[in-house]
Design a protein around this ligand. Structure first.
Ligand code: FAD
Length: 309
């Protein structure tokens, strides 16, 4: 058991340090191979790819989230370009009558340049989302950014209730944060947390983390607050289903495109609300790195996809 854990930790550390972009830059001939493996997790490079697959999923009975991939954008020009892409995406959804949640990282639209830029961009995006009948969901990034992200969220949701925010169950602080966020009307997306954080502020993957996750879901349900159970963990879903939460109109399941499609289909076929989180963009290697880091067996899936095409 100890050896298995050490092996899994070793794989995770290799995956976290993977820099697929660097590999591709050094060996451009690898690009088509990586593209084959990424197809499982990313819809394509353009918004048409995301919208078209999203539309198919809506017709099958799923809700959708769409994200234009990007994070830690470090020039103002790139942040403005990202904001404009999100605006174009929302207008296209609006024109085609596609009901979607739009997901984004604040560091994609200005947080790494200047928090005020992220605030102003988010405010503008919230307005466009509202006029197109859409909602926004802010992703949660590493703990060094949590205060800034929550503070920007609170300012914007006070004007636009169609904006929500993601909280990470793995951070000890989340118990306080969630109670504070019940004072705001935006939806909460609850995740375990994808970032490796210092042990004094974080609960590692364990039964204790699963208990904390369920405790946070309990709080959301008691507070009648809209919550997305964003997980691929059957243990979590078993408990949520036993409590009857997925029948509650405030509660939905949310899973990443290409991950546990069997589980999302089963929940949806059982008549429960399931959202699929779709991504697109040329920076797909970032997304592939995250998926491998959070679940190292994905590296084998990626290699198999490359070989089998
Ligand atoms: P884990 O505890 O990691 O794993 C439990 C079991 O679930 C595994 O044994 C396996 O059976 C299955 N499983 C988990 N992951 C995978 C996988 N990739 N492939 C196949 N099976 C898997 N994290 C953030 O920090 N910030 C965010 O803003 C954020 N947004 C997210 C949005 C959505 C919709 C989702 C689903 C996740 C998001 N995450 C985010 C990632 C999240 O924090 C976790 O890292 C990720 O969901 C894995 O945790 P888990 O709860 O799925 O299960």
């Amino acid at each position: 058991m100890v050896i298995e854990k050490q092996f899994a930790d070793g794989l995770k550390s290799i995956a976290r340090n993977l820099d697929i972009k660097e590999y591709i830059q050094q060996s451009p001939e690898l690009y088509p191979l990586f593209q084959k493996s990424v197809k499982r997790f990313v819809t394509g490079e353009s918004k048409e790819d995301g919208i078209s697959i999203g539309d198919q999923l809506i017709h099958k009975g799923y809700r959708i989230s769409l994200e234009f991939i990007g994070e830690n954008t470090i020039t103002k020009e790139e942040c403005v370009r990202a904001k404009e892409e999100f605006i174009a995406l929302m207008k296209e959804c609006g024109n085609r009558g596609i009901s979607s949640r739009i997901s984004l990282d604040l560091s994609h639209i200005g947080l790494s340049v200047n928090p005020e830029l992220a605030y102003e961009s988010l405010l503008e995006l919230a307005k466009v989302a509202q006029s197109n009948g859409l909602s926004l969901m802010i992703s949660m990034e590493e703990s060094a950014k949590t205060d800034q992200i929550l503070s920007i969220y609170k300012r914007v949701v006070s004007e636009y209730s169609n904006v929500g925010v993601t909280l990470q169950a793995q951070l000890h602080r989340t118990l306080d944060d969630i109670n504070e966020l019940f004072n705001y009307s935006g939806a909460i997306r609850l995740v375990k947390g994808a970032y490796q954080e210092p042990s004094d502020i974080c609960i590692p993957r364990s039964d204790k983390l699963d208990e904390r996750y369920i405790q946070l879901v309990d709080l959301c349900v008691k507070a009648n607050h809209q919550v997305s159970i964003a997980s691929h963990d059957e243990v979590i879903y078993k408990q949520v289903i036993e409590r009857g939460y997925l029948q509650n109109p405030n509660v939905e399941a949310e899973m990443l495109y290409g991950i546990r499609p069997d589980l999302s289909k089963k929940l949806k076929d059982d008549g429960l609300a399931v959202r699929v989180y779709l991504t697109y963009g040329v920076e797909w290697y970032l997304y592939l790195c995250h998926r491998i880091a959070e679940y190292p067996p994905n590296i084998y899936i990626a290699i198999t996809d490359m070989i089998q095409g």
